[in-house]
Design a protein around this ligand. Structure first.
Ligand SMILES: [Zn+2]
Length: 225
């Protein structure tokens, strides 16, 4: 029985590495599949992991119809046993529904990987629809850590070194845009996300870079702007 499985987690939790591993395992069993991604940090039509591995992938844009792409492949005589979808948080809810249809009507195994919530702690529309429709949701156990050593559960957006909680939902990191400044992302525990205390701010508040303030009293809640 085919399933729609959603592997969710923060950034840096190993989603893309697992996506590549699953693709490898499937191919080792002589199964054929399609890999999709969207806005991967390595560029268009590439699925890459932080460990340095990468593979070719179909780049998803808002107009792509998963049903049409797969049916076209099948009509052309190709086999599609499985579909792997990375960066699925960026897919539209409609596209997630197309993935569910591939599972139900064509018996294709669909495995999706995505970040659950954005830098404001709100669900991405694609991830929300996956949580609603998936046969199984797995929270990845390869745990990223906050600078304080706690489990990192939240994504923070850093602009020119300062954590922000307002702005466009999708801004790809590590790319300097003239209007926005340099955008980076950092994973934090909930406590430090709520206090807007990213590692840079923690260092600034600490007398020595080696003694980060583990004591929460040293991390006051920043005033609301
Ligand atoms: Zn923390």
């Amino acid at each position: 029985m085919a399933d729609l499985v959603f592997f969710s987690g923060t950034m840096d939790c190993g989603k893309s590495t697992l996506a590549l591993q699953i693709d490898h395992n499937q191919r080792a069993r002589d199964r054929q599949g399609l890999i999709f991604t969207k806005l991967d940090r390595a560029g268009q039509s590439v699925l890459s992991s932080r460990l340095g591995l990468e593979t070719e992938a179909v780049e998803v844009d808002d107009d792509l119809d998963f049903w049409d792409v797969v049916v076209d492949c099948l009509t052309a005589g190709a086999r599609v046993d499985y579909v792997i979808c990375d960066e699925a948080q960026f897919y539209t809810p409609r596209q997630v529904e197309q993935l569910a249809r591939l599972v139900d009507e064509l018996g294709i195994e669909v495995t999706a990987f995505g970040i659950t919530a954005d830098f404001r702690t709100e669900l991405f529309p694609g991830s929300r629809r996956l949580v609603e429709l998936a046969d199984r949701v797995e929270v990845l156990q390869v745990e990223a850590l906050c600078w304080c050593g706690r489990r990192a559960t939240h994504n923070a957006r850093i602009v020119d070194g300062v954590m922000v909680v307002e702005g466009e939902q999708v801004v790809v990191g590590d790319t300097a845009t003239a209007s926005e400044g340099v955008v980076e992302y950092e994973v934090l525990c909930r406590r430090h996300h709520m206090r807007r205390m990213n590692s840079h701010a923690a260092r600034a508040a600490s007398p020595s870079p080696d003694t980060l303030p583990f004591d929460l009293d040293a991390c006051p809640v920043p005033p609301r702007r």
